[in-house]
Design a protein around this ligand. Structure first.
Ligand SMILES: *[C@@H]1O[C@H](CO)[C@@H](O)[C@H](O)[C@H]1NC(C)=O
Ligand SMILES: *[C@@H]1O[C@H](CO)[C@@H](O)[C@H](O)[C@H]1NC(C)=O
Ligand SMILES: *[C@@H]1O[C@H](CO)[C@@H](O)[C@H](O)[C@H]1NC(C)=O
Length: 636
């Protein structure tokens, strides 16, 4: 597998399906970083939601045990957030587990080798970074820093003798920087003796225990080379070469089979409690709602609604319409579960673009758009992609962007950068291209074209397709209608059943299963006809307005949308066109996928590393389950 990029899928959201695949969390006798992190996050989140509900004078019902992301999201009155909650937990876990891949041999990240001061520094610096990121509403960075600082915190309970010292509660000083961690063993003080063969139950020296002195195990992977000072304990286990040198054996509690595996469960439970306490500290600093946002939970969505608007002279007439259209898009989301948490505007002109304006208040946002004015823009192409790039960089992942323009992009060289950004942020970009009248266009230049050239439109189409959005070409008067249809397509519980672009006739299959309702077909392109065939073999032509398969149909500009009857099974749609077109079939379903691209890590421990971007061309890609990736990358 080495060098292969692997594509990981994680199925979730329906209780049954999600649980089967994620079942390993609760299987086996040993708890991992994943289990510990997940349990603590679920536990703390329940407490936060309970506090919020009580503060609002509402009842709170605890979710069924064991807690799941879905159950907790529902208890938090935010059932639609269960996917983003799950995603946030996975992100924290990934960054936690990644510490083993990146810093396998740095003792400070694992509280090995009595590196208590350095270990605590990593935790407290990390906590500060989480708090700072939350203040800036940069929740992505908050989750990364959180995962990274939870790793050493959890390791402390497995790798040190805290549990052996008889402590019943987590060490509160690991999440503070101004206190004493405890009575740390002197570098020259012996802490361990040889284990009795495989039996390591009594290898920590009695005086260490009696005096309550903190120590932890040494660790090394190179045979016959040990940095372990005389008399010190080892981490222990097959990988640790220091454990073969006197004093032999180890003290870690990573699994039930470890040297001190008899204390695994005490250590793991203490790590859960310690993780909960750290989360509690972050919650106190952030406040309840921002804490939930960091965890991907909100009653609205965690997404931004972004408008990227062309303000060059030729758009002068369009701006009023655009501002009406954007107002109608905003209004359609306010008060629903799809209500954005933030609104972003990026105007662009020629040669300027930006600045990015951000607000959480929809009324302020509408006024900002209303006050846009159009001017400038000598030649036709504009800086649309530069503006789009700014919006993509400023919006949280899985946001939605609408770009309004009547001109091709001057900065088409940014295409691959934009595609990479779209893929990384999983943002949906819709292009609303107004086809100008000849007089409009003439005012701008000598060009006679009334719509942007095919090649230019193709660029927008490609970007829309990559993002799962639409590139709609309409006249100004059709813009409002087109927007109302398209906002219908951006509800959070939608799944894509089929998506394709072609410039010739083709046949497509898509499957509708029992969980899918409200199936809609979106087609963009001009002069297209099609035949739709249902699972039972019934068919309907696009020209047939009385057939039984299509229950409603709307068409505006180059965009049309159909609703079809509910029939489970394989559908077929035969498209006939000589023009470029795109086809998308969506439906509502509680089942959805989260995915990450990963590659096999090159570190000491085998495992997977999350890629920040998609895999490089030319490298193989394979599919694996996320639990497999996490399991094999875990050192504990
Ligand atoms: C271990 O990591 C800490 C914190 O990043 C760093 O200060 C230290 O230099 C690293 N030690 C080694 C041996 O790389
Ligand atoms: C759950 O969280 C609460 C408060 O956040 C904490 O007091 C409790 O110890 C946690 N439970 C576990 C099992 O960690
Ligand atoms: C914008 O909306 C207002 C009120 O809905 C309407 O009166 C006005 O004519 C609209 N303007 C345009 C340009 O569509």
């Amino acid at each position: 597998m080495s060098g292969l990029a692997a594509l990981c899928f994680l199925l979730l959201q329906t209780g049954a399906c999600g649980f089967e695949i994620l079942g390993w969390f609760f299987r086996g006798k040993s708890l991992t970083h994943e289990d510990i992190t997940e349990r603590a996050i679920l536990n703390t989140t329940v407490q936060v939601c309970r506090a919020l509900a009580l503060a609002e004078g509402k009842d709170f019902t605890f979710p069924p045990q064991p807690f799941t992301a879905q159950g907790v999201a529902a208890a938090c009155s935010a059932p639609k957030s269960s996917k983003s909650f799950r995603q946030a937990i996975q992100k924290v876990i990934f960054w936690n587990v990644r510490v083993d891949l990146r810093y396998a041999l740095n003792a400070s990240f694992h509280f090995d080798e009595e590196s208590f001061i350095e270990g605590r520094r990593i935790i407290t610096v990390g906590i500060q970074a989480v708090k700072a990121s939350n203040k800036k509403e940069n929740f992505e960075a908050a989750r990364q820093n959180l995962g990274q600082c939870l790793h050493p915190l959890q390791d402390f309970y497995s790798h040190s003798n805290w549990v052996e010292l008889g402590n019943q509660f987590p060490n509160p000083n690991l999440i503070r920087s101004d206190t004493s961690i405890g009575n740390i063993a002197d570098k020259s003080r012996a802490t361990c003796r040889n284990c009795d063969g495989k039996d390591c139950r009594n290898n920590i020296l009695e005086d260490i225990i009696a005096e309550g002195i903190l120590t932890s195990g040494y660790f090394g992977v190179v045979p016959f080379v040990s940095t372990k000072p005389k008399g010190k304990c080892s981490h222990g286990g097959a990988v640790d070469q220091t454990s073969t040198i006197q004093p032999k054996g180890g003290i870690n509690k990573d699994t039930v089979d470890s040297s001190h595996g008899f204390l695994h469960s005490e250590a793991a439970n203490m790590a859960i409690a310690a993780t909960s306490a750290l989360l509690e500290d972050i919650r106190r600093a952030a406040g309840d709602k921002p804490f939930l946002q960091m965890m991907g939970i909100s009653r609205g969505s965690n997404k931004a609604l972004c408008f990227v608007i062309d303000t060059t002279g030729s758009m002068a007439d369009d701006i009023a319409t655009v501002s009406n259209v954007t107002a109608s898009i905003i209004n359609s989301k306010v008060g629903t579960e799809d209500e954005p948490s933030v609104y972003i505007l990026v105007p662009f002109n020629d040669p300027g673009f930006g600045p990015l304006k951000k607000t959480t208040d929809p009324e302020v946002f509408k006024n900002t758009i209303n006050s846009l004015s159009a001017a400038g823009g000598g030649d036709v192409p504009e800086m649309s992609l530069s503006a789009l790039q700014l919006a993509l960089a400023g919006a949280p992942s899985s946001s939605e962007i609408f770009l309004f323009t009547d001109a091709p992009a001057k900065d088409a060289h940014l295409k691959s950068t934009i595609i990479a950004l779209i893929e990384r942020t999983e943002t949906v970009v819709n292009f609303m291209i107004t086809t100008s009248t000849a007089t409009n266009r003439l005012r701008r230049s000598e060009q006679q074209h009334t719509r942007i050239a095919a090649a230019d439109a193709q660029l927008y189409r490609d970007l829309a397709q990559t993002s799962g959005g639409q590139a709609i070409e309409v006249t100004k008067s059709e813009l409002l209608e087109a927007s109302s249809i398209i906002t219908d397509s951006s509800s959070s519980s939608l799944v894509t059943l089929l998506q394709a672009t072609r410039n010739q006739a083709d046949n497509f299959l898509f499957i509708v299963d029992e969980t899918v309702t409200n199936v809609r077909i979106y087609i963009t392109g001009s002069s297209i006809t099609f035949t739709l065939i249902s699972p039972t073999g019934e068919s309907q032509q696009s020209s047939d307005t009385t057939g039984s398969l299509i229950t409603s149909s709307q068409s505006v500009g180059n965009f049309q949308t159909l609703r079809i009857i509910k029939q489970v099974g394989q559908w077929e749609i035969k498209m006939v066109s000589t023009n470029p077109y795109s086809l998308k079939v969506i439906g509502q379903s509680p089942i959805d996928f989260l995915f990450d691209f990963v590659e096999v890590s090159q570190g000491v421990f085998t495992g997977f590393d999350v890629l920040e971007t998609r895999p490089k061309a030319g490298k193989g890609a394979s599919k694996c389950e996320l639990d497999e990736a996490l399991k094999s990358s875990s050192r504990n």
